[in-house]
Design a protein around this ligand. Structure first.
Ligand code: GDP
Ligand code: MN
Length: 396
């Protein structure tokens, strides 16, 4: 049976440090480590060198971006810590570092479990060759399988898949994957990826990196996760924002020139990509949930006030696809919000389509505010990009 995907299902990508806290609570071996936040001195870790310093940002590829470094003594630790802290990795500024005891490994492997929406089962990927270049591996070096969402069947599939791996790594990868499968299922994860899983000279293994996505709709039955997230609200600002404000707003790139006020996660992601095609960068992701504004411009004021503090934003794109929301009412709220919020003084391209779009176009065009109304999405994207670049032709 394919499960209906409700709009409210959301997920959170855990920072490595928190992912490892969750793994450790399930007795999965992880390196000894301490997390150090911005403005704090790195000090001397309570375990011996060599150390690995790892910037905590919710993206992969940190190694290649210079956000994972080794240190053999305190001066090197301090230097590398200072270098990584504040570094920008794929749009995310490092605000805390995990300092770990380095694992003396003899091999780096790869294990992942992810929810497979097509089969409503689990996709399993195993490889004896993990590490930073796993994406470049030829497919014959990966063992890929699928299984229904049942612990016994997942475990049987792991055993079957490991048969195709090089003999000397089979036991390590199988033992680790079996233990991790239990965590994947019992913690309501949609992704659990260990890369690298390190094998040690004595035959033991350890999860040296972990990427975990948790299905937040399961928060009520996951007290450990509930506690973890509420203790770390600062590290999950967008997540805390969503829970308190009821809509999504995530800064994607603080250098981005386009502020977005949009509905729908998929449509917004498409807009973000199409802006990139026009050589401009979205400042944020947004799903304003216009249907839940109920005549109150508060959400719009909240977003516009934020934009007003971001001087790099040069133009705003409002993209609302309305089924139930009356766009005439929405545009009144938008006007009220622009008037109430203290700025930003940048052009606003509004692409409103659906229920009462014609009425909305009249209201926005008649207002004294400089809205650019455009009903075609591609044209709206071209216009907002041109306005952000200061090209006057957009007003034509
Ligand atoms: P990512 O690039 O964001 O996936 O960050 P990782 O945590 O995977 O670190 C990148 C690379 O650093 C890994 O592929 C390892 O080769 C190396 N590395 C990370 N932690 C350790 C460690 O404890 N010991 C050793 N020897 N290497 C490590
Ligand atoms: Mn990794």
């Amino acid at each position: 049976m394919v499960c209906p995907v409700a709009a409210e299902i959301t997920s959170v990508l855990l920072l490595e440090y928190d992912a490892k806290t969750l793994l450790a609570s399930h007795a999965i071996p992880v390196p000894k480590g301490v997390v150090v936040g911005k403005g704090k001195a790195c000090g001397t870790p309570p375990f011996p060198a060599p150390w690995i310093i790892k910037g905590q940002v919710p993206v992969g590829g940190r190694g290649k971006a210079g956000a994972v470094k080794k240190a053999l003594d305190i001066p090197e630790l301090t230097r590398n810590f200072d270098e990584i802290m504040g570094l920008k990795v794929h749009g995310h500024v490092v605000e805390e570092c995990l300092v770990e005891q380095a694992v003396p490994s003899v091999g780096e492997h790869y294990i992942s479990f992810s929810l497979d929406p097509e089969t409503a089962g689990v996709a399993i990927v195993l490889s004896s060759e993990g590490g930073m270049d796993v994406e470049d591996l030829p497919s014959e070096n990966l063992a890929i399988g699928r299984s229904p969402l049942s612990e016994a069947e997942i475990k049987a599939e792991i055993t079957r898949l490991t048969e195709s791996l090089p003999f000397q790594h089979r036991k390590t990868i199988r033992d680790a994957a079996l233990a991790l499968a239990t965590v994947f299922l019992s913690s309501d994860l949609t992704l659990l990826e260990i890369n690298p899983l390190m094998s040690c000279a004595d035959g033991t293994w350890i999860a040296a990196d972990a990427k975990i996505i948790f299905d937040e709709s399961a928060l009520d039955r996951q007290p450990f996760m509930e506690k973890l997230l509420s203790n770390r609200q600062q590290a999950y600002a967008s997540d805390a924002f969503k829970r308190t404000e009821g809509f999504d707003f995530i800064v994607l790139d603080s250098d981005g020139e386009i502020g977005l006020i949009t509905t729908g996660a998929g449509l917004t992601m498409q807009v973000v990509d199409e802006l990139a095609d026009q050589n401009v960068t979205a400042h944020n992701f947004c799903d304003i949930r216009s249907g839940m504004m109920r005549g109150d411009p508060a959400r719009l004021i909240r977003v516009l006030s934020h934009f007003a503090t971001e001087s790099r934003i040069k133009a705003i794109l409002v993209n609302i696809f309305a089924g139930i929301t009356n766009l005439g009412e929405f545009s009144q709220l938008l006007i009220k919000a622009v008037e109430t919020a203290d700025g930003p003084n940048v052009p606003i391209v509004a692409r409103l389509i659906g229920n009462a779009a014609d009425e909305a176009a009249i209201i926005l065009n008649e207002s004294t505010l400089p809205f650019v109304v455009e009903s075609d999405l591609d044209a709206a994207i071209v216009k907002v990009a041109a306005l952000a670049k200061g090209e006057g032709a957009a007003n034509a």
